[in-house]
Design a binder for this molecule. Structure first.
Ligand code: PT1
Length: 293
């Protein structure tokens, strides 16, 4: 039924570029929220931000990232929503500037139809939506953009999702949700071959929920779509190691390697250089039938 189940290798058409997922790829996190690249109040000065963002994009491309994920809405636990206007203002000029200067695939981390449309016109190659295209107009915007879409599971909304996450059966519920969003995408005219799935680590989940989902990554692979995993520096790693957010490099890299071992196709990470090495190793160990000499 699905091209990824038995056929290989999966390839996504990301606008003008192809993304070959026969080897796992690293997606670099580029936040364009006021707290990330501005040093306080200079965010709206525009060029200050843009210059810093472009320098970071250059760095992660050289470090081996295959995609950059541009996000103008923080979706960390407790974060507040932004208006579509504010999000467009943060994201679109950045997408345009990256598309003009770099040979990389630009993913837009957004739930907002206006951002999806604008970014697609300016050269974005993938839509990454933590709300799985559930906002009014998002399915149509993504279908018209003609780009691959990453559908993620979240329970609740970022502002309150960690208050009391609750499931009867975490894997069954997340898988059923993703299946239902795949069906909605297909009904809206998005080809199955352009869909990726993401269990949504840290989005309305306890540490135990996150661990159970991570153990079940091979089951997600069996759904027949490429799978994206985002655990980089997240609080579950803090809970398991006792380390602050800026000390979670080793934990993040270890999880990336384990995700690849379990079949993940894309790793969404902050620490590109280190993760690229880990992915190469995990991938080499997996591919016993290939020549690694
Ligand atoms: C993700 C993801 C994302 N994560 C996709 N997009 C974030 N597809 C943003 C914490 O517990 O996993 N997949 N876009 C960032 N969100 C979080 C969530 C950041 C939880 C931190 C935490 O610390």
């Amino acid at each position: 039924m699905n091209p990824f189940v038995s056929k290989s290798p999966p390839q996504l058409r990301c606008g003008a570029r192809l993304l070959d997922l026969s080897e796992p790829k690293v997606m670099a996190i580029i936040n364009v929220t006021p707290d990330s690249f501005s040093d306080g109040g200079v965010f709206h000065a525009g060029c200050v931000l843009l210059e810093k963002v472009l320098r970071r994009v250059d760095e992660v491309c050289q470090q081996g990232a295959a995609l950059v994920d541009i996000g103008g809405e923080s979706t960390r636990p407790g974060s507040k929503p932004v208006t579509p206007e504010e999000e467009c203002e943060r994201v679109l000029a950045v997408v345009e500037a990256i598309a003009q200067r770099f040979d990389t695939i630009i993913s837009v981390d957004t739930s907002t139809p206006q951002v999806m449309r604008g970014a697609a016109q300016l050269g974005a190659g993938l839509i990454n939506d933590v709300r799985a295209l559930s906002r009014y107009g998002a399915l149509d915007a993504a279908a018209e953009a003609g780009l691959p879409v990453c559908l993620m599971h979240m329970q609740g909304e970022p502002s309150s999702m960690q208050e009391s996450p609750s499931y009867q059966n975490i894997y069954d519920e997340v898988a059923a949700f993703l299946e239902s969003r795949v069906a909605a995408c297909v009904a809206a005219g998005i080809p199955q071959e352009q869909i990726l799935l993401d269990p949504g680590f840290g989005f309305g989940k306890t540490v135990a929920h996150n661990l159970e989902l991570f153990r079940r990554l091979p089951s997600f692979m069996e759904m027949g779509f490429p799978v994206l995993v985002g655990v980089s520096r997240k609080s579950m790693l803090g809970a398991l190691t006792g380390r602050a957010v800026d000390e979670r490099l080793a934990a993040s890299v270890a999880m990336a390697a384990m995700a690849v071992e379990r079949g993940a196709h894309i790793l969404r990470v902050h620490d590109v250089k280190e993760t690229v090495d880990a992915v190469k190793l995990a991938s080499a160990v997996k591919s016993e039938n290939r020549d690694n000499d």
